[in-house]
Design a protein around this ligand. Structure first.
Ligand SMILES: C[S@@+](CC[C@H](N)C(=O)[O-])C[C@H]1O[C@@H](n2cnc3c(N)ncnc32)[C@H](O)[C@@H]1O
Length: 243
């Protein structure tokens, strides 16, 4: 584990998990499929974004993205990647999987990044950066952040903190990997997610565990939900085909 609690440092993580080839069978395609079910949103906050927001962006349709991480090195990798706007093989495959066939699809997602914010999203207090708290986000995601929590209380508290950034009725989504060798991390269970979501005022529409053959991770938990109150007439239904 490195100082941010992840299995690899910024450069190594970017190289190992987000290099050229899309690695099927590890749950990534399941996460993309789940995210595809979220309708277009105006504002999206990706917390614990690392350098990877653009992969999840391929499935989403957000006008403005605010990317947040504690690690400035990962934010800088993301900034450079978005500036060049050249998709890697993994992004090309992800765009194909998601049916995002518009030639401008990747560049448009890169252009949507409006702020990179260095902040601690797992502290005992909710985030205080004005760029985060002075707006309500229509979508709040985290991929691999909450899984770094040390115990159930830390997870539940952090889940509530990050979803305070959200507009009522806004969408939530994310995934957390179950590390094979990380005894200091919270044990991810269905009960943990449902308790944390209830306390945060989030109605979970999808929660599933996908087993993985990855040597570092045995499974990934994926969820989609909405901050209550949400309109009864807009359940999680089918895919939305537009780019
Ligand atoms: C497992 S990585 C996931 C990165 C990326 N979201 C992805 O999909 O691969 C966890 C990320 O959380 C960040 N992180 C760790 N602790 C954090 C904290 N307290 N506040 C904000 N980000 C944190 C790490 O720097 C890292 O980028």
């Amino acid at each position: 584990m490195n100082s941010e609690g992840t299995v690899a440092g910024a450069q190594e993580y970017w190289r190992r998990y987000y290099a050229e080839q899309f690695r099927f069978g590890l749950g990534t395609e399941d996460i993309l499929a789940a995210l595809m079910r979220i309708p277009p949103v105006t504002t999206w906050a990706d917390l614990g974004c690392g350098s990877e927001s653009m992969l999840w962006a391929t499935a989403l349709r957000a006008q403005r993205l605010v990317a947040v991480d504690i690690d400035t090195q990962r934010l800088e990798i993301l900034r450079q990647f978005v500036t060049t706007a050249q998709p890697r093989g993994i992004h090309v495959t992800a765009l194909e999987l998601c049916g995002r066939t518009d030639p401008d699809a990747f560049e448009a997602r890169c252009r949507s990044l409006t702020a990179l914010i260095q902040a601690d999203c797992l502290s005992s207090q909710p985030p205080t950066d004005p760029r985060l708290i002075e707006q309500s986000f229509n979508l709040v995601t985290q991929f691999g952040l909450l899984g770094l929590c040390r115990d159930a209380n830390h997870f539940t508290t952090s889940f509530a903190h990050i979803h305070r950034l959200q507009a009522p009725g806004g969408w939530v989504g994310g995934a957390n990997w179950v590390a094979r060798h990380a005894p200091s991390r919270v044990e991810l269970t269905r009960q943990l997610y449902t308790t944390a979501a209830t306390r945060a005022g989030v109605h979970l529409l999808l929660l599933k565990r996908i087993p993985s053959p990855d040597p570092d991770f045995t499974a990934v938990w994926i969820y989609i939900g909405r901050k209550t109150p949400c309109p009864r007439s807009a359940p999680l239904t089918s895919r939305h085909p537009t780019n």
